[in-house]
Design a protein around this ligand. Sequence first.
Ligand code: ZN
Length: 298
Amino acid sequence: MFFAVRLDEGDIGLDSVWRCNVANQSTSKACLAHFASLAQGYGHTFLVASVLFHIPHSSRWIPDEWRSQFVLDDIELQRELITMTDSFTDELFDIGNSVDYLRFPVSRLLVDPERFPRDEDEPMASRGMGAIYTRTHDGRPLKSSGRSLELMNAYYHPHHSKLTEWTRRRLLTDDRCLIIDCHSYPSRPIPCDMNREPNRPDICFGTCHPHTPVELVAAAVEAFAEAGYSTAVDWPYAGTIIPLEFYGVDARVSSLMVEVNRKLYMDEKNGEKSESFDQTRIRVGNCLKAIVGNWTDR
Ligand SMILES: [Zn+2]
């Protein structure tokens, strides 16, 4: 048996946290429990990193080899990237190494890992926005679907394999896990949105039965409300990611989507960070730590 441990000073608001990276599946729960009691004896909190921040839409990267699939010119493509990317969410949702992170490496315009893999199961496919987008946010042609299978094999399936494997391992060692699905959204509805109501909250939480405990949603609403943000649940966006293998069948896999209104941290026209970025990152980070702390303590 082998596992690595490191000390994070006050990373989630505790005096000290022992965090365990389970190196292989043979690390037994009894072993971890024994170590936890040892650590507690020295006044430390021991924590298996069973929380994953999933960041699917932060990348604007389209590798050169795929550029010819797009029918937009460079300026149009840049505009589409600004509208559709959850820009800077990899920084906004970075709360240090008390949790694990999984970031999708390329732009959602190439492949969207948040969609169901089969168009028959994906409501947005009717708008040309299934896992492989063929339409822009306002319904214009975006790219050819000719190499869809290649794209799914290059990006979609490897990403979901990582997500599934992380979940399997955490269930083995901790018997539960939490995925925070990290997004941002335009301050005003865009043409592809299902919900076109104009009054959007600062923060939107997405849930999925039976994977989102009501106590977790309550803790999330409370944390962000206390920080002065308006919130809504499953409005204007609903749902949260669950690895398909566990979807609807294993409630030990918890998941909550957290979406931040882009007006809080960026200029939505030019795609740059705004002056309030750092302040928002700190405030949002504290709220996320409160959510993680609530779940870890239960
Ligand atoms: Zn998103």
